[in-house]
Ligand binder design. Structure first.
Ligand code: ADP
Ligand code: ADP
Length: 228
């Protein structure tokens, strides 16, 4: 069943052209959906709206049946966002970052869950390290731990492998697959066809604010294949 329902969503920043133009999409519980498109296509705008960071110009979004405009408190509990930029407090300890974010969501302490989360992301041994001491891959995993701190059902990853090397890209893919195996619904944005192909169950192609098509990966790859 659909955990996110997006209906005729549009966004115009200031007097510019439409960053999103009437996008409709249902995202199923448990799937990995990749939003594939070039820079400026509207991918970040779309997930920023669903995550409550940008106000849409028109259309509706429901998360777990809750309209994000009228029922934002209920909707936000269900979602976590891993932003594109790595922004961590350099002197904060890993475990405190995660506790802090959990607090922001109004979730009470749950040390057992935080331990399980940090173990699953191979960060438990680094729990008392300051974030500035971590490698790039570990920092990205801390961002994921923060985004999952309140046990959301849906995780958004905005360009999770932008600017990272091949080894780290593979590491991120494996983390995402593990999370999906744990039952988290995943929506990621990417401009790499290879990444969408390797990770997603379903791929949505977005360009100039329009969702051109959404298809199961196997079907889409078949179509690309036909052209050659
Ligand atoms: P992405 O990396 O996903 O394309 P960015 O945040 O880098 O997203 O921004 C994408 C585009 O949006 C860029 O061309 C940038 O110049 C533009 N942009 C981002 N923020 C603003 C802003 N506040 N005002 C105007 N343009 C912006
Ligand atoms: P993508 O994530 O696919 O790169 P974005 O959603 O960042 O695309 O951008 C879609 C369009 O909206 C682009 O034309 C971009 O320049 C514009 N845009 C994005 N953020 C802003 C902003 N804060 N202010 C003005 N324009 C923006």
């Amino acid at each position: 069943s659909a955990i996110i329902e997006i209906d005729h969503l549009s966004k115009r920043y200031g007097s510019g052209t439409a960053a999103l133009n009437g996008v409709s999409l249902k995202i199923n519980e448990g799937e990995i959906l990749a939003l594939l498109g070039p820079n400026g296509a509207g991918k970040t705008t779309m997930i920023s709206i669903i995550c409550g960071l940008v106000t849409p110009t028109g259309g509706t979004v429901r998360v777990g049946g809750h309209d994000i405009r009228t029922d934002w408190r209920a909707a936000r509990k269900l979602i976590g966002l891993v932003p594109q930029e790595i922004a961590l407090e350099p002197f904060e300890k890993v475990i405190d970052c995660v506790r802090f974010t959990r607090g922001l969501y109004g979730a009470g302490p749950d040390e057992a869950y935080i331990e399980k989360l940090l173990r699953s992301l191979a960060l438990w041994d680094k729990r008392d390290a300051r974030t500035r001491e971590l490698s790039g891959g570990m920092k990205r995993r801390v961002l994921i731990a923060k985004a999952l701190s309140h046990r959301p059902k849906v995780l958004f990853l905005d360009e999770p492998t932008a600017g990272v090397d091949v080894a780290l890209r593979r590491e991120m893919w494996s983390v995402v697959r593990d999370l999906s195996a744990d039952g988290v619904t995943i929506i990621l944005t990417t401009h790499y066809l290879e990444e969408a192909e390797d990770m997603a169950d379903r791929i949505g192609v977005i360009n100039r604010g329009e969702l051109l098509l959404v298809k199961p990966k196997a079907e889409l790859m078949g179509e690309f294949g036909k052209k050659h």
